[in-house]
Structures are given as structure tokens and as C-alpha cells.
Design a protein around this ligand. Structure first.
Ligand code: TEU
Ligand code: CA
Length: 585
């Protein structure tokens, strides 16, 4: 395809809509939004079991007013794009009022929108407009901690007798003698001294993110009322930030998975989520398969599913921080996916993801963002979207957006800036620290969305809050939504396949060629069909362990134009076959 002139993304999208049958006859291939039939009420037919959810990091998605920060009206302007992709729901990272110490994960008013993103009216418009595009809006609930600028905390720190004091976790003490040696995730001690009341408060993240005290039933009640208020606004679900950390016992060094966790979750679910047809996904860094069965119990007593992170933490030195880099142990990656797929089969539900706003971009991390960027991005998508569970696409993943290598002064993330300072103080070499940040820093995922090859990648008409990746000239939505061989089209097709064939939802997983050191292959089988996915995970040609691939059925999707029949798999080659067992020879 010859190099396109600078075409705005919306002009390109207009062409797509004119050719896309789903728009022409309005016959969108989705159940009417919100139509919950009796059949749907059974666990087996929950809408989110064949849904694909798209994560938007609002401040980096689309800016409508030229202040360089993405906003709600920007998101509304991209709903056609999202419907073209074919996703069913959008998880919005927080847009509530916040001093932005941790980019909105420090909330100062759970029932109002931060002016930088717009107004409550804009939020209500987004929910309504999204519904017209058959898209549900999922809110990001930060219930483990609030901002220290939340009125609750402003009251709580006034005195031990204040009615809000016990909404937070306090310990008596003397200045300079910490209650214990617990550390905060963003550096420093997990205790902060308040001289006015001669107490420390507990914060697992920044000093401006005091932990909420879930032992307090009055606090829990206020949280449930707030959630029900959002349910009343018509949201389609919730993502629950560090939800396993709400049950904590700091005196015993317990920062998550505390004894009362599932008691709290069952109460939360009963008091709120079970009142509507919602999807709920909890972020649970400490979850193992047994805990995940509790969280995602088909009896709907807790949540729909959790984000667990066992697969995505494998490329770090065991027992060390994510910044201590190690090569990905491929056999271990296959073992982890095998265990999670088989353990939760008919006992719970997996989330499926490579990316989010806290993680580096997968095509740079475990794919190849140079010579084989397109092939490897498609391979990673085909591998993930054939698994059992709900797939999540992080903004720009569908374009193969890559990591960025900033100078330290260009970084914005509190976690990265604190790490840089802390490791410098510990005597680490500057280059070594930057190598870790380039590989694992959260700002890799937070560079502005690349809409077209025009000024500022079509993200803003102002000065972007964080530098745009200069590769937007080659990697952008306008370029890809018309290109049949683009990464975008690969994702669009995978989303459609998930809706077309029930085996994607209920097929039983079986890992193949477990010993192969380059190939990730598996089947999914139900009574009618067998899906076969085979991926070469690396940049070098390898033998195809399936001796007669043509016996695998119809080729549904692949990342090479032709299908090599010489028994090899080319670099990052991925294929998905479907065998109709009714017609099997
Ligand atoms: O993340 C929880 C969390 O533990 C991560 O921040 C993790 O420690 C780190 O990113 C590993 O790279 C959630 C949100 O997703 C994150 O954006 C917030 O900063 C954090 O909670 C506090 O709310
Ligand atoms: Ca803006």
C-alpha cells in the first residue's frame, strides 16, 4: 500500500463505515444492549463471556479542547472507531475528581468528574452515546485508598474522636519511630506522621493515597451507596483497583488477601453488583488459581473475574522487583497459561491480557517492535484471543503501538520518578536505571494514542501532557483501519470470530507440544468444534510440530499471507484453525 498522505483518522473511518456492512444495514452483530433475556440470566450466557473489553487511559486517549489532556468528549468522538473495532465494553481508568498524584488513582470525590476530563453531564452523555454504539462503560473503582484531599481524610486527620477518623488506618506512636518497617509501593515507608494528632496513617501507595479501613462498617456502607449511585447512572460494570488489598492487617505485615477479604467481597457483591447485569473485574496481584475460583465463582457471589499477574511477571528476577530484568522463561509461560486455563475450566473465569496502563507494551516486551512488529503483534493477539476467558485490549495495542525511550526528564509517572531517585541514592548506575525504566516503566503505556500521521498524531491540538511516540508517522489508526493486513484488522477479525463460534467461549483448553521451546500451541474443544491455535513465539524459523497442519480444519486467521506447507513456522507465524467435528474425515 503506498504511503498515505496525511489523512485524518476520521476521513479514513468514514471510508470504512461506507464499506463495513455492519454499519450499512445497521445490522450490528450484537444483542441489543441491556436486553437481558431469561436465558442470559444463567451463568453460561453472561454477556461478558463472549465480550471483548477495551481499556482507555483517558488522559492519553483523545483531547477535545486543546489542553493536551485526553477527556470524556474526546472519547465520545471516538465511539465510531471503537464500534468499528467491534469491542463490547470500555474500561475507563479513573476520571473522578483527583489531585492527580497518581494520575487519578487518588480520588477526592467518588461522585464527581475531574474538570480536566469534563463534567458529570459529559459522563452521562458518554454512557448514553456508548449505548447507541452497543458499548457498555466500566468504571474504575479505587476502594483500597482515597486521596488525602478527600473530605473523609480531611476530617479524619482532625482528631481521633472525629466520626471519620476510623475510615482510615491509624497507629499511635512517636515521631521518628515507625509502627513497623512496611514499605509503600511507590517508595519510602508505608506510614506517615500527623503531628496534630500524634499518629501515623497507613498508605500502601503514595503518601497522598491513605488506605481506607474496610473493618469499619460505616465506611463500607458509604462505598456501597456510591457504587449503587453509579449503577443508577447506567454503567455496565466495574474494575476494582487492588481489590485484594482492602483486607489488610498491617500489624501482622498483611497487606492483602487478609482473613476477611472474601467476607467483604461477598457483602460488596450482594449490596451492589448483584442488583444489575454487570461485569466486575478485580485487580488481584496476589491471586492464585484457588483464590481465583473464589473471586470468580459461577454462583456470582463475588466478582465476574480477576486480573491476575502470574504470566506477566515472569521476565523479572524471581523475588526481586519488576525493574530487575530477566529473560522470559518460555516453558514457564506455557505452564502458567496451561494451569490457569485448566484450573478455572467450569469453575471460574479468566481475564486475558498482555497490556494495561501499568505495563510496558507487549509488542516491545515479548514481541519484536522492529523487523517483525506486525507479525509478532498479530501472533500475540491470536495466541491470547483463542484462550478461554474475557480478552482485554489496551488502547493502542490494536495498532501495535510500542514502548518509548524517554530521557528521565520526560517521564511523568510517580512510580518511575520515585524509583529513579531511590536507585540513584542507592548508587545504581544512571544507564542501568534507565534501561529498567525503558523496559518496564508505566509511561510506556501512557504515551498518547496515535490516531493519524498529522500534528500530535491527531491526539491534541495543544501541547500533549506527555511526549508522543515519534513513530506515530508509521503507526496510527488512520493508516490501519483501511489496510486489510493491518494489526487493527487482525484484532477486528478475532473479536468477530469470538462472537461467531461458541467454542471460543466454552471450549475446553488443552496445551499441545509442551516441550517445544519455541511453539505455543493449544486446542479448544466443545461438542461441535475443535479450535487449534499454533504460534511460533520467536523471530527464527522453527519446525511445525503438527506434522500435517492441513488436517487441522479451516484456517480462520493467520499473520502471513500464504500458508507454508513445508512443515515449518516462520518468525512469529501464528495460525488458528477450526475443525467442524461433524464433518471430520
Ligand atoms: O496498581 C496496583 C499496583 O500494584 C501497580 O501499581 C503495581 O504496583 C505496579 O504498577 C507494577 O508495575 C493499581 C493501579 O492499576 C495503578 O495504576 C495505581 O498506581 C495503583 O493501583 C494505586 O492505585
Ligand atoms: Ca482535554
Amino acid at each position: 500500500m503506498d504511503k498515505m498522505s496525511t489523512k485524518t483518522y476520521s476521513a479514513a473511518l468514514k471510508l470504512v463505515k461506507e464499506s463495513d456492512s455492519r454499519f450499512i444495514n445497521g445490522a450490528s452483530d450484537r444483542k441489543e444492549h441491556g436486553a437481558m433475556t431469561e436465558k442470559d440470566k444463567t451463568y453460561q450466557n453472561k454477556w461478558w463471556k463472549n465480550a471483548v473489553i477495551y481499556q482507555i487511559y483517558p488522559r492519553s486517549f483523545a483531547d477535545s479542547n486543546g489542553d493536551g489532556i485526553g477527556d470524556l468528549k474526546g472519547i465520545i468522538s471516538k465511539l465510531d472507531y471503537l464500534e468499528t473495532l467491534g469491542i463490547d465494553a470500555v474500561w475507563l481508568s479513573p476520571v473522578c475528581k483527583s489531585p492527580q498524584d497518581d494520575n487519578g488513582y487518588d480520588i477526592s470525590d467518588y461522585q464527581d468528574i475531574d474538570p480536566m476530563f469534563g463534567t458529570l453531564q459529559d459522563m452521562e452523555t458518554l454512557i448514553k452515546e456508548a449505548e447507541k454504539h452497543h458499548i457498555r462503560i466500566i468504571m474504575d473503582l479505587v476502594l483500597n485508598h482515597s486521596s488525602d484531599e478527600h473530605p473523609w481524610f480531611q476530617e479524619a486527620k482532625k482528631s481521633k474522636e472525629n466520626p471519620y477518623h476510623d475510615y482510615y488506618v491509624w497507629r499511635d506512636g512517636t515521631e521518628g519511630t515507625l509502627p513497623n518497617d512496611m514499605r509503600a509501593a511507590f517508595g519510602g515507608p508505608a506510614w506517615e506522621w500527623v503531628p496534630e494528632i500524634q499518629q501515623y496513617y497507613f498508605h500502601q501507595f503514595s503518601v497522598k493515597q491513605p488506605d481506607l479501613n474496610w473493618e469499619n462498617p460505616k465506611l463500607r456502607r458509604e462505598i456501597y451507596d456510591m457504587i449503587n449511585w453509579w449503577i443508577g447512572k447506567g454503567v455496565g460494570g466495574f474494575r476494582l483497583d487492588v481489590i485484594d488489598q482492602i483486607a489488610k492487617e498491617p500489624d501482622r505485615g498483611i497487606t492483602g488477601n487478609g482473613p476477611r477479604l472474601h467476607e467483604f467481597l461477598r457483602e460488596l457483591s450482594k449490596e451492589t453488583f448483584q442488583k444489575a447485569d454487570l461485569v466486575t473485574v478485580g485487580e488481584a496481584w496476589g491471586a492464585d488459581t484457588e483464590l481465583a475460583k473464589l473471586y470468580s465463582n459461577p454462583d456470582n457471589s463475588e466478582l465476574s473475574m480477576v486480573f491476575q499477574f502470574e504470566h506477566i511477571c515472569l521476565d523479572q528476577v524471581p523475588g526481586k522487583e519488576k525493574w530487575d530484568l530477566a529473560p522470559l522463561p518460555f516453558p514457564k509461560l506455557k505452564e502458567v497459561f496451561d494451569r490457569w486455563q485448566t484450573s478455572l475450566y467450569e469453575k471460574g473465569w479468566n481475564s486475558l491480557f498482555w497490556n494495561n496502563h501499568d505495563l510496558p507494551r507487549i509488542v516491545s516486551r515479548w514481541g519484536n517492535d522492529e523487523k517483525y512488529r506486525v507479525e509478532s503483534a498479530k501472533m500475540l493477539a491470536i495466541l491470547l484471543h483463542g484462550l478461554q476467558g474475557t480478552p482485554y485490549i489496551y488502547q493502542g495495542e490494536e495498532l501495535g503501538m510500542t514502548n518509548i525511550q524517554y530521557e528521565i526528564e520526560d517521564y511523568r509517572d510517580i512510580e518511575t520518578l520515585n524509583l529513579y531517585r531511590e536507585r540513584l541514592e542507592k548508587g545504581y548506575d544512571k544507564e542501568e536505571i534507565l534501561r529498567s525504566i525503558h523496559a518496564k516503566g508505566r509511561d510506556n503505556a501512557r504515551t498518547p494514542m496515535q490516531w493519524d500521521d498529522g500534528e500530535n498524531a491527531g491526539f491534541t491540538t495543544g501541547k500533549p501532557w506527555i511526549k508522543i511516540n515519534p513513530n506515530y508517522k508509521e503507526i496510527n489508526a488512520a493508516e490501519q483501519i483501511e489496510d486489510e493486513n493491518s494489526i487493527f484488522k487482525c484484532y477486528q477479525k478475532l473479536i468477530r470470530l469470538r462472537k461467531e463460534y461458541p467454542v471460543f467461549v466454552d471450549g475446553e483448553f488443552r496445551m499441545l507440544c509442551k516441550e517445544d521451546e519455541a511453539v505455543f500451541a493449544y486446542t479448544r474443544e466443545d461438542k461441535d468444534f475443535r479450535l487449534l491455535v499454533i504460534c511460533n513465539f520467536y523471530d527464527r524459523t522453527t519446525a511445525n510440530p503438527l506434522k500435517k497442519p492441513e488436517d487441522s480444519g479451516k484456517l480462520l486467521i493467520s499473520n502471513y499471507k500464504d500458508t507454508d506447507r513445508t512443515g515449518i513456522l516462520r518468525p512469529y507465524e501464528a495460525r488458528m484453525y477450526l475443525m467442524d467435528k461433524g464433518n471430520a474425515t
